[in-house]
Design a protein around this ligand. Structure first.
Ligand code: 4NP
Length: 157
């Protein structure tokens, strides 16, 4: 059985597709690609069917990760049955996921829970400016790396 990991943000065009791309890349490099099912989704539906934001695509490409072929979708109830882990990019996304997951046997996590970023809990939304895409990408790399270590530790116990 594959381990299913779902990343969730607001629009599914900036942060969560990058997390999907970085995590896919990470497990491929480690030779674990066939052990994981990795996906991303948004709490909102504004961008459903769209490719990721061009700035997110370019930042990932600069780091050797191709997310240009991904398509945005909205989170659905079945996701909480299908995936083993759901990671929300910020606390607003987490609150939405906790509401949707109630009744399912799964507790959504904050994406940065295992990143070692101390007090930082949210991956900032880069869509409207503020935090730049390069800084967000570094956080996403740290988050994915911590998540993979956590999952590997859990699966061995
Ligand atoms: P994301 O960024 O949640 O990281 O994909 C956003 C993308 C679009 C919007 C908000 C956040 N929007 O309001 O359209």
């Amino acid at each position: 059985m594959k381990t299913g990991i779902l990343f969730v943000c607001l629009g599914n065009i900036c942060r969560s597709p990058q997390a999907e791309g970085v995590m896919r890349h990470l497990v491929e490099v480690k030779g674990l690609g066939d052990r994981f099912e990795i996906d991303s989704a948004g709490t909102g539906n504004w961008h459903v069917g769209n490719a990721p934001d061009q700035r997110a695509v370019e930042t990932a490409r600069n780091n050797g990760v191709d997310i240009s072929g991904l398509k945005a979708r909205q989170v659905r109830a079945e996701d909480f049955e299908k995936f083993d882990y759901v990671f929300a990019m910020d606390r607003d996304n987490l609150a939405d996921m906790e509401q949707m997951a109630s009744g399912a046997g799964l507790s959504p996590h904050l994406f940065l829970e295992f990143a070692g970023t101390n007090d930082l809990q949210d991956v900032p939304d880069p869509y409207f400016g503020g935090t730049g895409f390069a800084d967000v990408y570094r956080l996403i790399e740290a988050g994915c790396s911590g998540i993979l270590k956590h999952i590997q530790k859990e699966s061995k116990t």
